[in-house]
Ligand binder design. Structure first.
Ligand SMILES: Nc1ncnc2c1ncn2[C@@H]1O[C@H](COP(=O)(O)OP(=O)(O)OP(=O)(O)O)[C@@H](O)[C@H]1O
Length: 277
């Protein structure tokens, strides 16, 4: 497997003109393999967004190196290659969509990359089909639901043929059905198109199926492991001001009351099994 992203002793400091500087990311090292689905969680201000913006070369490390698909983001001649390899989706869909029509929106990225118009048309159709929005090609983005707008934002990235997509709380402003649409889309892109996903979220249930979870605290990676290794550590997560999935919390409380043999429960199915034992 190829390494998609590598952080080598990365630090990021926001310099203030007055007052103190903020060390938002503090000596972070980790790597992500091609095709992985990584969940990134952490309380407000723990450094998740700053970390993610360094992958897309929006921010550059103040110390250490970020390597994306073999390219150091400090290599200014190759910034557009980095941005094309690692697309980014943000929290507010309204801030990301600029065009009057959905198809123009999706074409925007490849146009900027100088892709041939015929190929752009092919990519737009393919990307819209991929997020199940093919029928909305000629609609106006502002007439769509939040979940649909986020899927259009994802299609705009897909049209640039990325290897990786970084999503910074893409479901935070969506209702439950919008959240499901977006989660189903990114899981499918990961499984079927082998696109590496880094998904930042405050919703623990969105990282239960991840290959790996990184937990951030005070600019550092406080925990790293599979969902089972991480999400069962209820006390530790609470000390990091994080929730656990509701079903895991219920299992934890039942175990405390000696009503359940094990609190190793991440899904409803596992809860049913644990109750039947
Ligand atoms: N533009 C900025 N200028 C100065 N400080 C900043 C800036 N952006 C973020 N910070 C600070 O850097 C630290 C990390 O912020 P960051 O946004 O990366 O955290 P986060 O984990 O993404 O938070 P949230 O969950 O609230 O989005 C915080 O202390 C924050 O106040």
């Amino acid at each position: 497997m190829n390494t998609m992203i590598e952080f080598k002793n990365v630090g990021y400091i926001y310099e203030k003109h007055e007052g103190e500087d903020t060390l938002a990311v503090d000596d972070v090292s980790f790597s992500v393999q091609e095709g992985e689905f990584i969940g990134i969680i952490g309380h407000n201000g723990s450094g998740k967004s700053t970390l993610s913006k360094m992958i897309n070369a929006i921010l550059f490390p103040t110390s250490g190196d970020v390597i994306v698909s073999g390219i150091n983001t400090k290599d200014h001649d190759r910034i557009w290659e980095v941005r094309q390899n690692a697309g980014m989706v943000f929290q507010n869909p309204d801030n990301q969509l600029v065009a009057t029509l959905v198809e123009e929106e999706v074409a925007f990225g490849p146009e900027n990359l100088g892709v041939d118009p015929k190929e752009i048309r092919r990519r737009v159709d393919e990307a819209l089909d991929n997020v199940e929005m093919g029928d909305y090609k000629n609609k106006k983005p502002h007439q769509l639901s939040g979940g649909q707008k986020q899927r259009i934002a994802i299609a705009g990235i897909l049209a640039m043929k990325p290897k990786c997509i970084v999503l910074d709380e893409p479901t935070a402003m969506l209702d439950p059905s919008g959240r499901k649409e977006v989660m189903d889309t990114i899981k499918r892109l990961n499984k079927e198109e082998n696109i590496t996903i880094l998904h930042i979220t405050h919703y623990m249930d969105e990282v239960v199926d991840a290959d790996r979870i990184l937990v951030m605290d005070n600019g550092k990676i406080a925990m790293e492991g599979t969902p089972r290794e991480i999400l069962n550590q209820v006390e530790k997560l609470k000390s990091l001001r994080l929730d656990v999935p509701q079903i895991t919390e219920l299992a934890y409380n039942l175990k405390k009351e000696n009503l359940l043999a094990s609190s190793d429960v991440l899904t409803v199915h596992e809860m049913v099994d644990a109750l039947c034992q």
